[in-house]
Design a protein around this ligand. Structure first.
Ligand code: ACO
Length: 351
């Protein structure tokens, strides 16, 4: 037998029912449907039911579909990887909560949480690929899920971030294969701009990176200062983003990482049957499409309906494209993401 490779054996996704249109956000903050559509392409997004749904429960729903489509039982899962930036708890991570939610805890399969934001699913696929190739696991469940709506600033101050995010979950089952499957994965990061797209407070940083005064810390030798009065009073407890910087960096890094993967595989952009770019902004996707000289039918976009669902974006898009018959056996699929960290990466596979 040749060298073990890995394939996506099943994909599933879950989107909560509640549709939030741009006009709904107009009622809460100083924004407009025209601005959101022109700058981002987003028309609407979904929000989970607060207090009834969580990142974990949505992930479990997506996982059940992926497991069923992979033709296995829940109990066959031998490794769980969970990617999210909106976990139910600070700790423990959603991996073990998902294991409990799926009622497969009696098997004591390991659960790993990864925190790579928009590129979380790509990092997760790369990790799964290594474990499959090493022969250690045979049925890996990888979930990307986000309940962003619980942690957004719905005042005008948060408008540049809040309007782009939506809730949802996606999942895949990864198994060994004798044929092509995952050709390569490419991962990168650069921490220089960590705070330019971040959800910083509350946290254990104590003001170290930016200066303790800006967070309202006073001299203190011991802890217990996870959340300062200033953070709370000034509502410094939401994500922040330097949108233009992220945009400019994203359009460069997306292209680089896609081309790096193609080059490693001895392929070119024209060989891609379907590119699934992370959905952060339709203008970013269109820019990459143009630079790579791809036709409309070679790129899958769904940000118009769901906004940016961070770690869930790529598996949701993959699931939709698969259901629409856009992914056939032998197709070359390229998935790529860029986001907070900055972290970015790509996966090239033959379906
Ligand atoms: N409604 C109305 N006006 C707004 C809104 C809004 N929702 N948001 C910002 N504005 C205003 C700003 O205040 C600014 O006004 P000013 O000129 O009077 O100061 C003006 O619009 C332009 O603001 P910019 O931030 O320069 O707008 P830009 O065209 O860059 O669009 C956006 C902002 C959509 C956020 C864009 O920068 C972007 O998509 N960036 C990349 C996002 C991304 O890729 N994120 C990575 C993934 S997320 C993750 O990893 C967690």
């Amino acid at each position: 037998m040749g060298q073990l490779k890995s394939k996506i054996a099943g994909v599933g996704y879950y989107l909560p029912e509640t549709v939030i249109k741009n006009s709904d956000l107009e009622l809460l903050m100083d924004t407009s449907d025209a601005w959101i559509q022109e700058r981002t392409g987003i028309q609407e997004r979904r929000y989970g039911k607060a207090h009834e749904e969580t990142t974990t429960t949505m992930g479990a729903k997506a996982a059940e579909i992926a497991i069923q489509r992979a033709g296995i039982n829940k109990e066959d899962i031998d490794f769980i990887i969970f990617a999210t930036l909106s976990p139910d708890y600070f700790f423990p991570g959603c991996g073990v909560l998902l294991q409990r939610e799926l009622k497969i805890n009696s098997k004591e399969a390991p659960a790993l949480d990864i925190r790579n934001q928009c590129s979380g699913f790509i990092y997760g696929l790369s990790i799964a690929d290594q474990f499959i190739k090493s022969g250690q696991y045979k049925n890996i469940l990888l979930v990307g899920s986000e309940m962003h709506s619980m942690g957004l600033d719905f005042s005008s101050r948060g408008r540049n971030v809040t309007v782009i995010f939506g809730d949802g979950a996606g999942a895949v089952v990864i198994q060994p294969t004798d044929s092509d499957g995952i050709l390569n994965t490419v991962l990168h990061s650069d921490g220089t701009y960590a705070e330019e797209l971040a959800f910083i407070n509350p946290g254990c940083h104590g003001g170290y990176h930016i200066g303790k005064e800006s967070f309202g810390y006073t001299d203190q030798n011991y802890g217990g200062i996870f959340l300062t009065e200033k953070m709370w009073k000034e509502q410094m407890i939401f994500p922040n983003m330097n949108g233009p910087l992220v945009f400019k960096t994203a359009v460069v890094k997306f292209q680089e990482v896609i081309l790096e993967g193609l080059q490693k595989a001895g392929l070119k952009a024209d060989d891609i049957d379907l590119l699934i770019p992370h959905q952060a902004n339709l203008r970013i996707s269109q820019f990459i499409q143009q630079k790579l000289n791809l036709r409309d039918d070679q790129v899958w976009n769904n940000i118009q309906k769901y906004g940016n669902t961070t770690a869930a974006t790529i598996p949701i898009a993959l699931g939709e494209a698969w259901e629409a018959g856009k992914i056939k056996e032998g197709d070359l699929i390229c998935m790529a993401a860029f986001g907070s960290g900055f972290t970015w990466g790509s996966v090239l596979l033959r379906w």
